[in-house]
Write a protein that binds this ligand. Structure first.
Ligand SMILES: [Zn+2]
Length: 339
C-alpha cells in the first residue's frame, strides 16, 4: 500500500457571491440520498487520492488536477432545509473513481430520459441487450487496437441486411475488466431498439447463434466469439431483463476501480498505465439512429465531460442569494468535514 499522499494545496477557484451557512462546522460531512443511504464521497475520494499518486509515479502531468478532484463540495440549502449538491470541481480524468461514479449516475439518468422519449415516438418498438466479446487482449497496444476494431465492427454489424431492416437505433458502451493473469477482457454492451417486426418470423428474428456468426464475420475472427443476447421484457419496470436494468448495465462504469486499487502497487501501476494508454481518445458511450436523434433533441450534455454535479439532468434555478454549506476534504484526517 502507498503511504498517505502529501498535502497538496490547490489553487483558489472562483467564488460566486454566496452566503455561507455554518452547518455543523468541524463535523464529519454526511451526505445521504433520498432513502437515507450514505453517498460514497469519502470512499471515492480515498481511491481518487491513490489514483493521483499512481499517476504521479507514472509521470502523468495531470496528477495535480486529479488530486484536487472534489476537494470541496458545496451544497445549496433549499427553503425547506434540504441540501442540494451545488458546486463541485471534478477532474474528469478517465479512470478517476470519483468522476466515474458521477458519470455512471449521469449516463444512467440520461439513458432513462432518452429511452422514455424514444418509446414515446415508437411505442411498439422492442429492445435487445447484446453483449459482444472477443478473446482477451494481452497488452496495451493490442487492447487499444481491439477497442478501435470492435467499434468499427459494430458499425458494420448494424449495417448487415438482416440486422438493419428492423433496426431503429442503438446505444453502445465499452467495458474493460482485468483478468487474474493481467490480460484484459474487452466487451461491448449494446442496447438495440428494433421494430416489432423483428419478432415476426425467421427471416427477421436473429437467434443467438446467428448473432454470434454475424459478430464473428464483422470482426473477421477465426474463432467463435462469445455473444450474449437478451430480449428486454416490455412493460416490466424492474428485474434483470427490464429496460431499466439493461439501461443501467449499459451506462455502468467502463472500468472498475477495484481492478487498479488492489493491494499490489506494481499491478495497479501497470493496469493504470495500460488503461490510460488504451482509452485515450476513445468514446465511452455512443448513440446511433433514433436514439442519437432523441439525444440531440433533448439537448443533453456530454456524458463524459459535461456537468457532473447535476447528474439528474435537472437544471439550476437562478436565485439572487443562496444559502451554501461547504464540506472540505482534510488530507490529514482523510475525510470530508463541514467548514
Ligand atoms: Zn475526478
Amino acid at each position: 500500500m502507498l503511504k498517505q499522499p502529501k498535502l497538496h494545496l490547490p489553487t483558489p477557484r472562483e467564488r460566486p457571491e454566496e452566503e455561507k451557512v455554518a452547518y455543523k462546522s468541524g463535523e464529519v460531512m454526511h451526505d445521504k440520498n433520498s432513502v437515507g443511504k450514505e453517498r460514497p464521497w469519502r470512499k471515492r475520494k480515498l481511491e481518487n487520492i491513490r489514483y493521483a499518486e499512481y499517476l504521479k509515479i507514472l509521470e502523468f502531468k495531470k496528477h495535480h488536477k486529479v488530486h484536487d478532484c472534489a476537494e470541496e463540495i458545496k451544497y445549496k440549502i433549499t427553503a425547506d432545509g434540504e441540501f442540494k449538491l451545488y458546486q463541485v470541481w471534478f477532474c474528469k480524468s478517465r479512470l478517476c473513481p470519483l468522476c466515474n461514479w458521477r458519470r455512471a449516475m449521469k449516463a444512467g439518468k440520461q439513458l432513462e430520459l432518452i429511452l422514455e422519449e424514444a418509446l414515446k415516438r415508437q411505442p411498439k418498438s422492442r429492445f435487445l441487450f447484446l453483449t459482444l466479446t472477443i478473446r482477451n487482449s494481452v497488452d496495451r497496444e493490442q487492447l487499444k487496437a481491439d477497442l478501435a476494431k470492435m467499434g468499427r465492427a459494430i458499425y458494420k454489424l448494424m449495417r448487415y441486411k438482416k440486422v438493419s431492416k428492423n433496426l431503429l437505433g442503438y446505444v453502445r458502451s465499452t467495458e474493460i475488466t482485468v483478468n487474474q493473469d493481467g490480460s484484459y477482457h474487452l466487451h461491448m454492451h449494446l442496447l438495440v431498439m428494433v421494430t416489432p417486426t423483428y419478432f415476426k418470423d425467421s427471416s427477421n428474428y436473429i437467434p443467438q447463434t446467428e448473432w454470434t456468426k454475424l459478430w464473428q464475420k464483422a470482426m473477421k475472427l477465426d474463432y467463435t466469439p462469445i455473444v450474449n443476447v437478451e430480449v428486454v421484457k416490455p412493460n416490466q419496470a424492474k428485474g434483470k431483463s427490464s429496460l431499466k436494468a439493461s439501461a443501467l448495465e449499459t451506462a455502468k462504469y467502463q472500468t472498475k476501480s477495484a481492478d487498479y486499487m488492489t493491494d499490489d502497487d506494481d499491478w495497479n501501476l501497470q493496469v493504470i498505465g495500460d488503461l490510460e494508454f488504451a482509452l485515450r481518445g476513445s468514446r465511452q458511450i455512443s448513440f446511433a439512429g433514433l436514439l442519437k436523434e432523441v439525444r440531440k433533441d433533448l439537448q443533453l450534455d456530454d456524458m463524459a465531460n459535461g456537468d457532473l454535479v447535476h447528474t439528474d439532468g435537472a437544471s439550476e434555478e437562478i436565485q439572487a442569494k443562496v444559502q451554501i454549506a461547504v464540506a472540505k476534504f482534510d488530507f490529514q484526517k482523510m475525510n470530508y468535514f463541514w467548514s
